[in-house]
Design a protein around this ligand. Sequence first.
Ligand SMILES: [Zn+2]
Length: 265
Amino acid sequence: MAIAPGAAGEPVRYTLRAGERRLGLNACLGQPLTLAWTGAIACTHCGRATKKSFAQGYCYPCFKKLAQCDTCIVKPETCHFFAGTCREPEWAERHCFQPHVIYLANASGLKVGITRGTQVPTRWLDQGAVQALPILEVDTRQQSGFVEMLFKEEVSDRTNWRAMLKGDTVDMDLPAERDRLLARLGSGLANLRERFGTEAIRQLDAAPAAFEYPVLEYPTKVASHNLDKTPEISGTLLGLKGQYLILDSGVINLRKYTGYEVVVS
Ligand SMILES: [Zn+2]
């Protein structure tokens, strides 16, 4: 599923990609939708058929071999590139040794997150953030991990997806939160700058971003569909937020089923 910001004043745009087919989901709001999994899963990296999906879309050999499936991607502060044990040093040069952004977002309350500079704003839309603000930029993924660890002393790095899907998020003053956190974490940031160089951790002066999602109706009780247990699900499409389709019969996180061969009708 591709998620892109809408035009000015328009909600976020969702496009379902199934093979060569592209289906604009915004236009399906209020209509019946059926997703039927054929039982096939193709690895999103090598295309091989796999019985089970690992790390949301990979076959087992890719899951064990690719740097993008290594635990240091989820915990960048554990980067082991300099120990000479990176699974794919060339991939790391292109993806980890690139500017990363530390941001504040509001999807279910205040959270901190990190992403490669080029993944803004995709990452925020994936999380269903209604507001986001980039606050710092660093030179590498590992450095962003250290900065995030510091921020986690004060603010969560998690989204409560049930709260996000209930849509009862309260607007926040993210620039004020940024200023509060930067002041509180000043000495910790000074330590990191001492370690990586003054210029390695740069404060950003960005404007906050806000996003509106195409949702007709939020669920009062969030029940989720599971294609592994129930291969065919259907319902009226009530909304799209984060990686989720909101149907009147329950919600489904499509990211979880990356690589699944699904027939949409
Ligand atoms: Zn594979």
